[in-house]
Design a protein around this ligand. Structure first.
Ligand SMILES: NC(=O)c1ccc[n+]([C@@H]2O[C@H](COP(=O)([O-])OP(=O)(O)OC[C@H]3O[C@@H](n4cnc5c(N)ncnc54)[C@H](OP(=O)(O)O)[C@@H]3O)[C@@H](O)[C@H]2O)c1
Length: 297
């Protein structure tokens, strides 16, 4: 399924790199901007890009954590730049883009990874419209504003690749994640259309539909306790491979099976997911009965 959804060029690129591991990475000497680089998947993506010899631009809100990750990048012999920016602050994003372009020129690779997740049923959300607004602010408007800021310079240099770190939820459409999955689906669609419009300028996009990864983000979700999760290092490696190979999507087996199920038997899949949701109630955090927040990231 993954192979079918990738471009043949991406498959050949990976095959070439597997057969000839000494092939230089296209990331060598390139500028790679990673948002949400202060922890989890973004932190390890920064290290994996540094291992390929990239100049890594680290973006997140926590300056102290960014400094720690920058030291890790530099310890790998790579160059790091940091920007402590809240991606929900549009003017701050514009100012960062202007500074970045003036100092470093075009960004070659952009990883839209910063994000927040929330698991709360609609039943508990009738008076919580702000849940939908804050999901869109960080998971959609932030990365769109950043991408739109960097896109003209990418198009002008006739090269650029954007990786959106989205979720298998886009394929599964899991109950209790309406606000989160809707925001990530919006980014998924934006990226796909951007890749079509910028096709002849050689600017492309990969949507990486990530499943469960063992980071701070999944901590408050009781439903995930004891579930097998991918390590952030492994996930980061898949993201950096997506930068190198530029497939259209990176999917996992479960997400792809659910996507086909949703297309082939949509009402039956509604029933199956309704039943699964009934067996997995809202967490204490989502009900507002725990000290841990239901929103992380
Ligand atoms: N973990 C999973 O199971 C999973 C599954 C599917 C998709 N994902 C996606 O993977 C991405 C990374 O998440 P993670 O699991 O690595 O969680 P994480 O460790 O909590 O990382 C989230 C990152 O986003 C940054 N961030 C949050 N709000 C921000 C804002 N307003 N402005 C700038 N940066 C902000 C955080 O940095 P600061 O707090 O320093 O700003 C942090 O670096 C997210 O987009 C998430 O939706 C994760």
């Amino acid at each position: 399924m993954t192979l079918l959804l990738q471009t043949p060029a991406a498959v050949l690129s990976r095959l070439r790199r597997t057969l000839r591991p000494d092939t230089p990475s296209p990331l060598l000497g390139a500028t790679v901007l990673v948002t949400g680089a202060s922890s989890g998947i973004g932190e390890h993506t920064a290290y994996a890009a540094a291992d390929r010899g990239a100049h890594v631009v680290l973006v997140a809100r926590r300056a102290d954590e960014l400094a720690r990750v920058a030291a890790g990048v530099e310890a790998r012999g790579a160059r790091a730049s940091t920007y402590a920016v809240d991606l929900t602050d549009g003017e701050a994003v514009d100012a960062m883009v202007a500074d970045l372009l003036a100092r470093h020129g075009a960004v070659d690779y952009l990883v839209n990874n910063a994000g927040r997740s929330i698991r709360r049923s609609l039943e508990l959300s009738h008076d919580r419209f702000h849940d939908f607004e804050r999901m869109m602010a960080v998971n959609f408007f932030g990365p769109v504003r950043l991408t739109m800021g960097l896109l003209p310079a990418m198009r002008a240099q006739r090269f650029g690749h954007v990786v959106n770190v989205v979720t298998w939820g886009n394929q599964v459409k899991a109950p209790k994640f309406a606000a989160y999955i809707a925001s990530k689906s919006a980014l998924d669609v934006f990226g796909r259309i951007m890749g079509r419009e910028a096709y002849f300028d050689n600017v492309t996009c990969t949507n990486v539909r990530v499943a469960l990864v063992a980071t701070d983000m999944i901590g408050p979700t009781e439903a995930y306790a004891g579930r097998r999760a991918e390590s952030p290092e492994h996930c980061a490696e898949r993201i950096v491979r997506a930068l190198e190979d530029r497939p259209v999507t990176v999917d996992g087996l479960v997400g792809s099976v659910a996507e086909v199920f949703n297309v082939v038997a949509p009402r039956l899949s509604d029933l199956v997911f309704a039943e699964l949701s009934r067996r997995s109630p809202d967490s204490a955090a989502a009900r507002g009965e725990a000290r841990e927040p239901a929103v992380r990231g």
